[in-house]
Ligand binder design. Structure first.
Ligand code: 1CP
Length: 351
C-alpha cells in the first residue's frame, strides 16, 4: 500500500515544510527545530488537562491526545508536532498489563522473563489501534502545513521494560536474557518489532509526515551485540512501513559508538545525543547523513547567554552535515521553564 492520496505528504500540506525538506537532505533557508518530550509536564496547560486522567488513558482518548500534541506547537512555534502517546501503548493494546507510574515510568504487572512468558504474548489486533488512528487524524486536521511526527519504541528498548518490569539503569536482566537464551530473546524482540511496527504504520496511514524510532536505552549494548541481536529486529519493525515513503529518524541515548550501525538498518536521519558534537557524529557516519540534535538538556537551566552560545555552537557544527534539524540530545526535563524553549525556537529561526 502507498500513502493515501489525501495524506499531508501527498496533498501539498507538508512535503515542502522545513522539517520534511531537512529530513530529505535539503537545507531550507531556516533550520527547523522541535523538542523530544515537548508535550508534557513542562507545560502548565498540559498539567491542567491531565488532572484526574491516568497517562495511558490520556493517550487512548483521541481528543485529549490530540490537544496535548498541539499545545507545544501553538506555544513555541516549533516546526513539528510529535504525537502524544507512549512507547508502551502498543504493548498495552496487545493485552499486556502495563501502566505509567507518576515519577517513575512504565511498570509491567508480570515481567516477561521465560520462554513460556514470551509464548503467552498475543498479537496486536489492528482494530485496537483505532484510538491512535483517530487521534492522529484529529491532530493532522488541525496542524495544517506543520508536519506531525509519529514515533515508536524500538524492540530493544521496549523489551527492556517488559523484562525488567520497569525503568532500569543499565538493562542488566535484559542483557542477561539476550546472552543466555538467544531463541527466547529473538522471539521476544520479534513480537516487540511487530506490535511497535503496527503502531508506527497506523500513525503514518492516519497522516504522520515522518517517524522517529526511539531506541532510548541502546547505549547499554556493544556494537557487536547490537548488530547481531538487536538491529535485525529494529529493521523488522521498520518493515511494517514498506511502501510508505516517509522520512525515518533513528535515535538512542549514549549511542555515539552505534551511530553507524543504527543508520545501517535503513533510516534517513540520525538523532544524536549530547555526548558527541554533531561534527564528530558526521565524521563517524562517513558524511552524507542528515542529523538531528543535540542541545544538552542540562543547559535549559543555565543562564540565557550560556544557553544561547551553546545553541549557536550546535548550529555551527550542524552546518557540516547535509542538513540539520535542531533538537535536544534527549527529552525536555519536566522542570524546564517553557519560555526558554520558545526562546530557542526564536533564536534558531532567526539565524
Ligand atoms: O504523567 C506524565 O506526564 C508522564 C510522563 C510521560 C510523558 C509525557 C511519559 C511516561 N511518557 C510521556 C509521553 C511520551 N513518551 C512521548 C510524547 C511526545 C513528546 O515527546 O512530546 C514520547 C515520544 C514518549 C516516548 C517514550 N516513552 C520513550 C522514548 C523517548 C525517550 O524519552 O527516550 C521512553 C523511553 C518512554 C518510556 C517512558 N514513559 C514515561 C516515562 C517517564 C518514561 C521513561 C522512564 C525511564 O526512565 O525508563
Amino acid at each position: 500500500m502507498n500513502l493515501p492520496a489525501q495524506h499531508p505528504l501527498n496533498d501539498g500540506r507538508t512535503a515542502e515544510s522545513r522539517l520534511v525538506r531537512a529530513y530529505r537532505g535539503e537545507r531550507p533557508e531556516v533550520t527547523p527545530v522541535w523538542f523530544m518530550r515537548q508535550a508534557g509536564r513542562s507545560l502548565p496547560e498540559y498539567r491542567e488537562l491531565r488532572v484526574g486522567t491516568a497517562m495511558l488513558d490520556a493517550c487512548l482518548t483521541p481528543e485529549l491526545a490530540s490537544e496535548i500534541t498541539l499545545q507545544p506547537v501553538r506555544r513555541h512555534g516549533v516546526d513539528a508536532g510529535i504525537f502524544f502517546s507512549d512507547i508502551v501503548i502498543p504493548v498495552k493494546l496487545a493485552g499486556v498489563g502495563v501502566e505509567i507510574v507518576p515519577g517513575r515510568g512504565p511498570v509491567v504487572e508480570h515481567p516477561i522473563r521465560t520462554a513460556a512468558d514470551v509464548l503467552a504474548l498475543r498479537p496486536l489486533d489492528p482494530a485496537a489501534l483505532e484510538p491512535i488512528t483517530r487521534a492522529v487524524e484529529l491532530t493532522v486536521a488541525q496542524l495544517g502545513s506543520t508536519p506531525l511526527i509519529g514515533f515508536a519504541g524500538a524492540p530493544y528498548t521496549l523489551a527492556s521494560y517488559l523484562v525488567e518490569g520497569g525503568p532500569s539503569k543499565d538493562q542488566l536482566r535484559t542483557r542477561t536474557l539476550m546472552y543466555s537464551d538467544p531463541h527466547t530473546w529473538a522471539a521476544l524482540l520479534n513480537w516487540c518489532a511487530d506490535v511497535t511496527g503496527q503502531f508506527l504504520r497506523a500513525q503514518v496511514l492516519a497522516g504522520a509526515s515522518a517517524v522517529q524510532l526511539f531506541d532510548s536505552w541502546v547505549g547499554s549494548l556493544s556494537e557487536q551485540q547490537y548488530v547481531r541481536r538487536v538491529a535485525p529486529h529494529s529493521k523488522r519493525a521498520l518493515s511494517h512501513l514498506r511502501g510508505l515513503d516517509v522520512p525515518r529518524v533513528h535515535f538512542g541515548v549514549g549511542s555515539g559508538e552505534l551511530l553507524h550501525a543504527m543508520h545501517a538498518i535503513g533510516v534517513d536521519v540520525m538523532g544524536v545525543d549530547w555526548r558527541i558534537p554533531l561534527d564528530e557524529a558526521e565524521r563517524r557516519l562517513g558524511g552524507g547523513v542528515p542529523l538531528q540534535g543535540n542541545l544538552d538538556p542540562a543547559l535549559l537551566g543555565a543562564p540565557l547567554p550560556v544557553l544561547e552560545a551553546h545553541v549557536l555552537d550546535v548550529l555551527d557544527r550542524g552546518m557540516l552535515a547535509p542538513s540539520h534539524v535542531v533538537n535536544l540530545g534527549h527529552g525536555v526535563p519536566p522542570e524546564t521553564d517553557p519560555d526558554v524553549l520558545t526562546r530557542i525556537v526564536e533564536l534558531v529561526h532567526s539565524r
